[in-house]
Ligand binder design. Sequence first.
Ligand code: MCN
Ligand code: CUN
Length: 786
Amino acid sequence: MTPVGFGPLRRKEDLRLVRGRGRFVDDIALPGMLHGAILRSPYAHARIVSVDTSAAESHPKVRAVLTGADLAARDMAWMPTASHDVAAVLACEKVHFQGQEVAFVVAEDRYAARDALALIEVEYEPLPAVVDARTALDPDAPLVRDEQPGCTDNHIFDWESGDAAATDAVFAAAEHVSDCDLVYPRVHPAPLETCGIVADADRIEGRLTVHATTQAPHTHRVLYSRIAGVPEHRIRVVAPDIGGGFGNKVAMYPGYLCAVVASTVTGRPVKWVEDRSENLMASSFARDYHMRGEIAATRDGRILAVRVRVLADHGAFNATSQPSRFPAGFFGVFTGSYDLRAAHCRVTGVHTNKAPGGVAYACSFRITEASYLVERLVDVLAHDLGLDPARLRMDNLLRAEQFPHPTPTGWEYDSGDYPATLRLALEIAGYDELRAEQAATRAEYERTGRGRLLGIGLSFFTEAVGAGPRRTMDIMGLGMADGADLRVHPSGGAVLAVSCMSQGQGHETTFAQIIGHELGIPADQVQVVQGDTDRTPFGLGTYGSRSTAVSGAATVVAARRVRERARLVAGAMLEIDPIDLEWVPGRWQVRGDPTAGASLTEIAAAAHSGLELPDGVEGHLDASCVYNPPNLTFPCGAYLCVVEVDPVTGEVRVRRFVAVDDCGVRINPMIVAGQVHRGLADGIGMALMELITFDPDGNHLAASFMDYLLPTSMECPSWELGETVTPSPHHPIGAKGVGESATVGSPAAVVNAVLDAIGVRHADMPLTPAQVWRAVQGRPLRPDLA
Ligand code: MCN
Ligand code: CUN
């Protein structure tokens, strides 16, 4: 029998996924369906002189060709972004990055559509490109957005957080200040399934049905409605199975809108699925943060303040998908896990001739960048003061009694026991023995000039997940709350419909387990419905690891409402005042008489029967909830990475990785472990190999998996996990999110380990063999410049 409630339950969805029975966008074939392909700009920056589509249009299998001018005629050449900007759907007067969408061809099959792209004649007048964010604000820098009225530079925004004066005062009086320039280079979420859509505009019913790779079906429906001018009730957005999202499937892409318009124009369903290069070149990238960090401390290592200056490269359009009042996402949590007197950051966003995006790749709205910055700074401080990085962290971590903790930048961390978490990681790793072994290998290397150097890297992160509340957080005016509808059937099984959408996180299992925990219904008797705007309640969707924290909470509250309804029905069944009933898992029973009671299954049957119910009790047990979170949840973790580095070849091998995560109460520890494994692999990838880079003309140099390297099991050790549990005090089951924790926390641990091995103060990611070798020689490269 399936266990009820929380525990390591195997994923229900895997029954179909591992047997090849998943249904992804590309599996969908509608009668009469056409196929779209996108013509993309070969230039990073160029004026469009002319576009001639006549040859493509006369291709026997082509049914339509759309250009920027065609969309402009429908007022759809530009679309709004979540960051108060607009992004081109199809380019009109100029192209702003290599790979930008210029025309959309629809044909009877995918091959013909692709062939016809070659028949489109576009005359470009190439312009100089700006590729390096650090020169974007130079007076003579090419203007990326000069098609916008009043554009005089590439500046997007300035944003600050914390108290500048108080921070400056602490720095001025501090005994010691360490500083460091860091690049968190551009990387890409690279889900194995690329982005795609099947759009079906039904002319007779006036309905638009969209099957698309989207992490946020309801938000997308509102966007289609706003952009295409079709009211929401005539639009159905369905997200079928999704083969990985990692933030790449949050944004609205030109291909989606082109498919919608093409379906409207041709009266036939249109499928568009991008290929790998298109995904890597043109869909939401991640990071591209250039950071200058300073950390003030006493000479004996009491950390006092952190000050940060960031240059944020947002590419050609400011299209980062984040709560609208947070232009730098949640970068404001750069104070990390430490007890600081003051902190301040200033972030400047700039345009460059690169693809738009910015918030993606398990980033928790830029907490990856923030966490990497502070955890690198702490290691730099340890290096400069000659202190042990574990000791330095332990001495400065927030203590359990300091929670709830208001941070100097205005967040309220809900709960945590940081020292216990770090202690456990050090214990699992055998920290002191590792340091002894490190000293021995170093001595050996110095004696013989050969061998591998051992490096030990730590990081301690605090995550912030579960956006809203909607009072302070919205996406394009939509407050960040989520819904859950729960229907309990006469047989006692249930259907739960939620507004979040799994891309591989196992929601069909864990959300059923939440119902099991609250109502005693086994997970296999709870069907979880998601990703269909016709069948699920409104909500903002899955990103920022908000599903458990928000939709999960909505689910708990809905289940508790069902439970209360069940109590009233049980009172009628047992002819007893409901006040005299008490809940034991799965059953209401008479206080003091365990033999008298009714199981939820019996109550469900009675609730649908002819049983006479008291006035005001409606019958059935269904309930719903819209959950508006009072605060974010703040998971944390202590990570320790052990590497072996060959200083002669620069080769790095990750020998061990210890990860202690605290995500509050765990619904399914097996799924949590899977999430952590994935994020740790991300960290190895980013720290050692992943990089999206450009040449000075803006040519994209990582448009395939030959150039954009992803980690495999070969580069990963056998993960060693531990856990601490400090429940979130405001979440109804004390759970905190975990989906991005390991991606946030792990890169710094890997980088710290490699630099610890070679004794170098700082070198930027990715620490490829060449970069490590150069770092050993004392001249590491700027990784973002080709
Ligand atoms: N969970 C749990 N107990 C907890 C916390 C979480 O059992 N205390 C479970 C949840 O029930 C859920 C999973 O762990 O099944 C992740 O939960 P959560 O932290 O709420 O994150 P989300 O479900 O909102 O997932 C989003 C997050 C993000 S933003 C990115 S990016 C990312 C990630 O999840 N993308 C992923 N993990 C991914 N995993 C896969 N396989 N594919 C992606 O695209
Ligand atoms: Cu930033 S990637 Mo996830 O929040 O979808």
